[in-house]
Every structure is written in structure tokens, then in C-alpha cells.
Design a protein around this ligand. Structure first.
Ligand code: COA
Length: 169
């Protein structure tokens, strides 16, 4: 199951929905992220992942919380990217999206591939726009969000930007 993708550096990955059994893979992958990548993803220093956190991140319902992982095609036990969206509790047609790619594979198109796949799944489940909070200086994340958005609104709030992107029909 899943979708095979070839990155622009030749690396072959497989993108598939997250599973409860991904807890150890996710824990290892998050533990290997650089401080800078952690800061960009969580807008805070390295979080201490509790068992509750890992359950929340991997035991998703696939409807209001949807998550995809990318693993190496020839090493399916190595997780190299994860992306998710969580539906807004007040506006059911909105969801907050977040993606993180392992440092060694950033900048080769994997974030874009995950973002587009997340957007497809979102549209199928009635989500019409994605929201995200990111550092204003985070050019790759800003560009990735622009690529998956049909129409984009950005609100500046100090060092961070609030983005709302309508998904293409
Ligand atoms: C942001 C992130 C998910 C993007 O994924 P990625 O696989 O590295 O990015 P891609 O290769 O798909 O490129 C996405 C865009 O950023 C641009 N980009 C990539 N690396 C870049 C860099 N170092 N400097 C400037 N632009 C860059 C790409 O050109 C592309 O834009 P384009 O389509 O307009 O050309 C990834 O870099 C990451 O995990 N960063 C740390 C965590 C984070 O910031 N998460 C997002 C918070 S919501």
C-alpha cells in the first residue's frame, strides 16, 4: 500500500498512512532531527515525547486527524518524513497542517510530495483550507505552503506567520 516517489537526488521513498506500529520509527526519527529542524517544526526546543504523545501522533482516526509517513523504499524501517493535518474543531472545513522531513533529505521534493498527498486526502474528507503557523524566515515551509494552496493569506505576528491556504478544487 502507499505511493512510491523518486526524489530529485534519486532516493526512492514510499508514502503511506501512519500506523500505530510506527511508534518506534517515529521516536527514532524525531530523536535524530537537528535543533534547527525541531525549532522550525515545533516553534520551540526539543519536546520530550511521552507515551501519550506517541499514541496521539500514531493512533489517528484518518478523518479528523490524518497523517502520512515517508519511509525509504529499500529500508521501510527508516522513517524520513511525516506530515499530518488536524481538523479545526470550530470550522470543520479547515485543518492545521504540519510536515517535517529528516535533515538529510530536506530540499529534494519530499515535503512537497507529502504536502500534495495530504491536500488530496483533506479534500476527499471535506477540508477546503489548510492553516499553519511558521517562522517568517522559514522559506522552504512558506514556499511549500504556497505550492499546495490555490489562494493564500498570510498574517504576520512578530517572528511567526499565520497562513491560511485554500486548497485547489
Ligand atoms: C519545510 C519542509 C517540510 C519542506 O520540505 P522539503 O522536502 O525540505 O522541501 P521541498 O524540497 O519539497 O521544497 C519546498 C520548497 O522550498 C524550496 N526550498 C527547499 N529548500 C530550500 C532552501 N534551503 N532555501 C530556500 N528554498 C528552499 C524549494 O525550492 C521548494 O519551493 P518551490 O517549489 O517554490 O521551488 C522541510 O524543509 C522541513 O522539514 N523543515 C523543518 C521543519 C519545518 O519547517 N516544517 C514546517 C513547519 S509547518
Amino acid at each position: 500500500m502507499g505511493m512510491r516517489v523518486r526524489l530529485d537526488n534519486g532516493t526512492q521513498v514510499r508514502i503511506r498512512p501512519i500506523e500505530p506500529g510506527d511508534k518506534p520509527l517515529l521516536e527514532v526519527a524525531l530523536g535524530q532531527l537537528s535543533d534547527e529542524t525541531i525549532r522550525r517544526r515545533f516553534l520551540a526546543p526539543k519536546p520530550r515525547l511521552t507515551g501519550t504523545d506517541l499514541r496521539y501522533l500514531t493512533e489517528v482516526d484518518g478523518r479528523d486527524h490524518y497523517a502520512l509517513v515517508a519511509v525509504l523504499a529499500d529500508r521501510p524501517d527508516v522513517l524520513v518524513g511525516v506530515g499530518r493535518w488536524i481538523r479545526d474543531t470550530e470550522r470543520a472545513d479547515r485543518a492545521e497542517v504540519a510536515i517535517v522531513i529528516g535533515d538529510g533529505l530536506q530540499g529534494h521534493g519530499l515535503g512537497t510530495a507529502l504536502g500534495l498527498a495530504l491536500a488530496d486526502a483533506a479534500r476527499e474528507r471535506g477540508v477546503r483550507s489548510f492553516t499553519a503557523t511558521m517562522l517568517a524566515e522559514n522559506t522552504p515551509a512558506q514556499r511549500l505552503f504556497a505550492v499546495i494552496s490555490h489562494r493564500l493569506r498570510v498574517t504576520h505576528d512578530g517572528a511567526t506567520d499565520e497562513l491560511v491556504g485554500d486548497l485547489a478544487a
